[in-house]
Design a protein around this ligand. Structure first.
Ligand code: TYM
Length: 334
């Protein structure tokens, strides 16, 4: 609890360009949670280097992502928006938690298996212990809730296991976090293969809508989206392509799948795809415009980076000092 409010933590990687999946699955929900919780939203740049990055590019993307958080509607006075690398507590707690995490647990992580297969030439130890750093992010702020997409649930589960294990040894040190999946627990799929999630790292640019795509590009990608053979707009397992488009349409318009089925009853895929494209374009337009204004205001963004890193550091240190004492590190002498 901070000032009588429950604490919320979440983060995104500054790797690749953000997709509609990141927005509808995470960022859009975050904005609605700001009043209810004391929120920490991090640009998790430490996680990004588990895959080889171009330094200048990473710096640029990290800043763009931080700016995008604000453009999406997160008020940086109310929400602590900061770079993970600016708060050394993340790395320090991560080390300690590594010593309370089993190899067997990490071996089961599906994201590790996927990424290891994708980056076979660079299966580094950081990629393996990635979930421990994620646990440190969350536990450092004593977060009660963690809004994430479905793909991160396994990491939330291991975070809870690590925290419970630590608490069982040392007493009530960590708050046990709950995942927050949003209303639908939505998982946006690739436009080219609805069996896969829409991902920043997809090599096929037509598979993903990027948040900075212009209207024409968005509509073109939806027109090309892989659909099914029934030729009717029905929300069912047999039509995973159409189902994904209905999810996207509903997330942007606030309609339900049933309302959408009715709206497009008797119409073909073409009309529906066009409507989805337009709904997405108008959802993203205000965000793109606000982003365009914010990037020009360097001093404003710099101020936020400075102030929020201080705030995050304050809360992080509180937990870290407690943990260090519990595990038996000598106290600092002033
Ligand atoms: P990342 O950067 O891959 O994704 C950021 C958020 O977007 C969600 N997401 C999706 N939701 C629905 N459909 C999709 N296609 C889709 N793709 C991505 C993710 O679930 C996530 O919520 N390890 C995390 C970042 C992280 C973190 C944390 C999150 C680091 N520390 C602590 C929460 C708490 C990641 O790589 O997310």
């Amino acid at each position: 609890m901070i000032d009588g409010k429950k604490v919320l933590f979440s983060g995104m990687q500054a790797t690749g360009s953000l997709t509609l999946g990141n927005y509808l699955g995470a960022l859009k929900n975050w904005v609605n949670l700001s009043d209810e919780y004391e929120c920490f939203y991090s640009v998790v740049d430490l996680h990004s280097i588990t895959v080889r990055q171009d330094p200048a590019e990473l710096r640029k993307r990290a800043r763009n992502l931080l700016t995008l958080y604000i453009a999406a509607g997160l008020d940086p006075k109310k929400n602590c928006i900061y770079y993970q690398s600016h708060v050394s507590g993340h790395t320090e707690l991560s080390w300690i938690l590594n010593c309370f995490t089993y190899m067997g647990e990490l071996n089961r992580m599906t994201q590790f298996k996927d990424k290891a297969a994708k980056h076979a030439d660079n299966i580094n130890a950081g990629l393996f212990t990635y979930p421990v750093l994620m646990a440190a992010d969350i536990l450092l702020y004593q977060a009660d809730v963690v809004p994430v997409g479905k793909d991160q649930l396994q990491h939330l589960e291991i975070t809870r296991d690590i925290a419970q294990r630590f608490n069982a040894i040392y007493g009530d040190v960590f708050t046990i976090p709950e995942p927050y999946l949003g209303k639908a627990g939505i998982s946006i799929k690739s436009l080219q293969d609805p069996a896969k999630k829409m991902s920043k790292s997809d090599e096929n640019a037509n598979a993903s809508i990027y948040l900075m795509d212009d209207t024409d590009t968005i509509i073109r990608k939806f027109k090309r989206a892989v659909t099914d053979s029934e030729a009717s707009v029905r929300y069912c397992d047999e039509q995973p392509g159409i189902r994904n488009l209905i999810d996207i349409y509903c997330a942007c318009t606030g309609k339900t799948p049933e309302e959408t089925e009715k709206e497009f009853d008797g119409k073909g895929y073409g009309d529906f795809k066009m409507a989805v494209g337009e709904a997405v374009a108008s959802e993203l337009k205000p965000l793109q415009e606000r982003f365009g204004e914010l990037v020009k205001d360097k001093a404003y963004i710099d101020g936020i980076i400075r102030e929020n890193a201080e705030k995050a550091n304050y809360y992080a240190l509180k937990t870290l000092r407690k943990v260090q004492k519990k595990v038996g590190f000598p106290e600092r002498v002033r």
